[in-house]
Design a protein around this ligand. Structure first.
Ligand SMILES: Cc1ncc(COP(=O)(O)O)c(C=O)c1O
Length: 399
């Protein structure tokens, strides 16, 4: 079958690639600890599951309106207002099959060939390829680890050209764990005010997961005057342990939401009806789990940090949010494995750790930041301890 030139140039997501490799080794009988995929290990709370059963039994098994049920969009509007102090009318909200579909549709709806999209690196693996599928040009801006991997106003200013269409902002960040403070967002807003043609996509999917004093803010909250230039993307995948339900949502200017709805109407129609009912329960029900899970994430983040920061050649900084450690490993480059292979990249190290420590991780190169790897700590303490011990043992074998 002929495959289009465009799709030939698209990478398979690095996270999915690693998870597939881990599954293959598991099928061959190896006991692999999977720390490459980014999802909570908690089960979806029972009351959410029950609401999906009820919805299915009550006949909510048919198409819904393309941008989502009115009930869910009302609940999302309330969520934006209560949690973020941002006003989005129900007509300015769309529900999709995960935040991923909404980001994709927003790019598809707005990019003309040659338009540029600024992506601070390290970035979520999917952004650059989504931009390419939409015929845009990803403009990768490497961000300094000393600045917590956040884009600075100076770097943003330099990256903007006449062709810039979007800035993609992700806070808390995957894989960096960076959480932009209100001051940092305001400083970026100052630059953006001078460039009215640039829209801003705020990917807030990890909003619920922040540590210590790092409070979450979204751009429109601190710069309300930018309201009509921002798409605020969020969902229940990470916050409510609902990755498999595939429900994301976004609020934005009506013309953009309508265009995204048009694409959705010609592709997947609505997000799953029972999934929407479950998301409604998630947003309207008790949020108690979020606090409990956050405490578990903090404990696990520290557990990994304490164990791995003692390993020569690895350097860790505490993330401010999300559930990843982004670990510097470039000091190990040049070392030799017991099999006599020289490690020359983060990808080679991750492959070595998969084969010899039986831990699946993702190389920083996949996130546009070579010299690092990402470890997801949304796993049980037992698995994390075993993984850290195995990583440490495998690294000790390098000469
Ligand atoms: C930064 C970021 N944005 C968006 C998504 C996609 O979220 P969803 O599962 O709701 O499609 C992910 C998932 O890993 C992510 O890490």
């Amino acid at each position: 079958m002929q495959i289009s030139e465009k799709i030939k140039n698209i990478r398979v997501s690095g996270t999915i690639k690693m998870a597939e490799l881990a599954r293959k080794m598991q099928a061959e009988g190896h006991d692999i600890i999977e720390l490459s995929e980014g999802e909570p290990d908690f089960d979806t709370p029972e009351f959410i599951i029950e609401s999906a059963f009820d919805a299915a039994r009550n006949g909510q098994t048919r198409y819904t309106s393309v941008p989502g049920t009115i009930e869910l969009r009302k609940a999302i509007s309330k969520k934006f207002y209560n949690d973020n102090k941002v006003e989005y009318h129900v007509d300015d909200i769309i529900v999709g099959t995960g935040a991923k579909q909404l980001i994709f549709n927003a790019l598809l709806a707005t990019i003309n060939p040659g338009n540029e999209v600024i992506i601070p690196a390290p970035y979520w693996v999917s952004y650059p390829d989504m931009v390419k599928i939409a015929d845009g040009i990803p403009v990768i801006v490497p961000c300094d680890s000393l600045n917590g991997f956040k884009i600075t106003p100076e770097k943003l200013h330099k990256a903007i050209t006449n062709d810039t269409r979007w800035l993609l902002l992700n806070s808390p960040g995957n894989p960096s764990g960076a959480v932009y403070s209100s001051e940092e967002l305001m400083a970026l807003a100052d630059v953006l005010r001078d460039h009215k043609k640039v829209s801003i996509m705020c990917d807030d999917i990890y909003e619920a997961i922040t540590f210590g004093n790092n409070q979450f803010y979204t751009l429109v909250e601190v710069a309300p005057d930018l309201h009509d230039r921002v798409l605020t993307v969020n969902g229940v995948s990470k916050s409510h342990a609902m990755t498999g339900w595939r429900i994301g949502f976004a609020g934005g200017p009506n013309d953009l939401i309508s265009a995204m709805s048009k694409i959705q109407g010609q592709s997947t129609t609505n997000a799953s009806s029972v999934g929407q009912a479950a998301a409604l329960a998630a947003l309207e029900g008790s949020q108690e789990n979020l606090g409990v899970w956050n405490l578990a994430y903090v404990r696990r983040m520290r557990l990994v940090r304490d164990r791995l920061s003692a390993v020569p050649g690895l350097a860790l900084r505490d993330p401010q949010g999300a559930f990843y450690h982004f670990i510097k490993c470039s000091d190990l480059f040049g070392k030799t494995t017991p099999q006599g292979d020289q490690l020359t990249s983060d990808n080679a190290l991750c492959l070595y750790l998969l084969q010899y420590a039986h831990v699946a991780l993702v190389a920083g190169t996949e996130f546009g930041c070579p010299g690092y790897f990402r470890l997801c700590f949304a796993k049980s303490d037992k698995e994390l301890i075993k993984a850290c011990d195995s990583i440490s043992e495998a690294i000790k074998l390098l000469t």
